[in-house]
Ligand binder design. Structure first.
Ligand code: SF4
Length: 234
């Protein structure tokens, strides 16, 4: 019976996900991805080999709810964080004729003395292993994808004067990690240029080189576009 219920819930969750409009832009949060061709597939809306499972979708949804909880704690501590505009839409940006876009977690516009405002705010929820690694090595080393995401968001939101605040919640222990992230213009420029390269190649219907020519390479084995890439789909 329990299994039947799980199947029913997952089926409803998957159905809801299928009804969401497909992304039609290159996500600025994804630009540190190792494989440029994979980013092209994402931008071009290629069909993934396997849809997200109910469990994966539930994990994403839990992450969003936990991020809201962290924001409410920050507000309780006196930080004025703005997350949505007057129409109730999450703050976002788009550039290059809306072909590069991203949604930010928030902007801290005011708060306790001793910090600089306005400041980009980003929240991540991590399992214990991943959180411990972040705590040990710091954002740039432990989570380069998130580091690049924050650099691009700071650049595109023009929030470069004050460092961004990253808060990471350990989902297993409830510990919190805080890091102020200074703007690095060279990193933002490098990945902005990469985005332009991906857009230009996609518009010219040119596929950028594969990360590996070996379909059994570990990153390819787990890639959602494996069949498309090695099966000659696009
Ligand atoms: S299968 Fe490998 S080379 Fe092809 S898109 Fe995925 S990661 Fe890139």
């Amino acid at each position: 019976m329990e299994n039947k219920l799980a199947v029913m819930l997952d089926s409803a969750i998957a159905q809801e996900h299928r009804q969401k409009p497909k992304r039609s832009y290159l996500g600025a949060s994804r630009l540190e991805e190792n494989c440029a061709r994979k980013l092209q597939y994402e931008f071009m809306g290629a069909e993934a080999d396997h849809p997200f499972t109910g469990k994966q979708l539930r994990t994403f949804a839990m992450g969003h709810h936990l991020e809201s909880l962290v924001i409410s704690w920050m507000k309780d501590a006196g930080f004025d964080i703005r997350t949505h505009n007057k129409d109730g839409q999450q703050y976002s940006f788009s550039v290059a004729n809306d072909r590069i876009a991203g949604h930010i977690d928030g902007v801290i516009v005011a708060g306790p003395d001793g910090f600089l405002y306005p400041s980009l705010f980003e929240c991540k929820t991590l399992n214990n292993k991943s959180w411990k690694d972040l705590e040990k090595h710091g954002l740039a080393v432990s989570k380069p994808g998130y580091y690049v995401q924050i650099q691009l968001y700071m650049a595109y939101m023009q929030l470069t004067e004050a460092p961004a605040l990253l808060v990471a919640l350990n989902k297993d222990t409830s510990e919190l990690y805080f890091e102020w992230v200074a703007f690095d213009g060279a990193v933002a420029q490098k990945y902005s240029d990469r985005a332009v390269q991906i857009l230009q190649a996609s518009e010219a219907s040119e596929l950028l080189p594969r990360l590996s020519q070996d379909p059994n390479y570990f990153e390819c084995k787990w890639c959602p576009y494996h069949k498309t890439c090695f099966g000659g789909g696009l």
